[in-house]
Design a protein around this ligand. Structure first.
Ligand SMILES: CC(C)(COP(=O)(O)OP(=O)(O)OC[C@H]1O[C@@H](n2cnc3c(N)ncnc32)[C@H](O)[C@@H]1OP(=O)(O)O)[C@@H](O)C(=O)NCCC(=O)NCCS
Length: 158
């Protein structure tokens, strides 16, 4: 998979174990309770999980700039993880990864997509709203580090 980005070439591919050092660096700069390497390996080994990474290509070199992990469960797609390297944010990388998730869901006949997000994560909530996600519920004290509520959002696969 690849698409021409505004200013640079972005390619979206299946995540590999060799990507994990770059992914873990993004994970640690992105979350207060980052996933461990073992958690990523579990996802890579899981039959339900789709793990994709987005690379920015500069000539023969590339930088891993973003990743997404989602599960196909019955007739729903569940977003599990999404992060963009700080220096590449606000360049539609997350938007493109979420559209790729939706395209994959559509191709296999899935009709609904869902996710959980910290109520304080205004950037992510704005992003999801832009793609048509709406708030359908809340899990009180869901995040163990801050006791924050999780907002549950759903969108139709279009
Ligand atoms: C949330 C996150 C994934 C967004 O990634 P991104 O690649 O910068 O987002 P995009 O460039 O695709 O943004 C698309 C739209 O989402 C909204 N958005 C994204 N970041 C935003 C921000 N910081 N503030 C307000 N709106 C924002 C905007 O509507 C934006 O469109 P615009 O730039 O034309 O205004 C990124 O900030 C990140 O990695 N955060 C830390 C990890 C995280 O919170 N992951 C989500 C967990 S649920």
């Amino acid at each position: 998979m690849s698409d021409k980005h505004d200013a640079f070439q972005v390619s979206i591919d299946l995540m590999r174990k060799a990507d994990l050092p770059e992914i873990l660096a993004i994970e640690r700069e992105s979350f207060s309770a980052p996933w461990t390497e073992a958690m990523f390996i579990n996802e890579l080994d899981c039959a339900h999980a789709q793990c994709l990474s987005a690379r920015i290509n500069f000539g023969k070199k590339s930088v891993l700039a973003a990743y997404i992990i989602f599960w196909i469960v019955a007739d729903e797609v569940h977003l599990h993880n999404l992060a963009v390297k700080k220096e590449f944010r606000r360049q539609n990388l997350a938007l493109n990864l979420l559209k790729t998730m939706e395209d994959i869901a559509k191709q296999i006949g899935i009709r609904a997509q869902t996710l959980e997000v910290r109520q304080s994560n205004k950037a992510a909530i704005k992003l999801y709203e832009k793609l048509g996600f709406v708030v359908k519920g809340r899990r009180p004290n869901y995040y163990t580090d801050t006791k924050e509520d999780a907002i549950i959002m759903w969108a139709d696969v279009k």
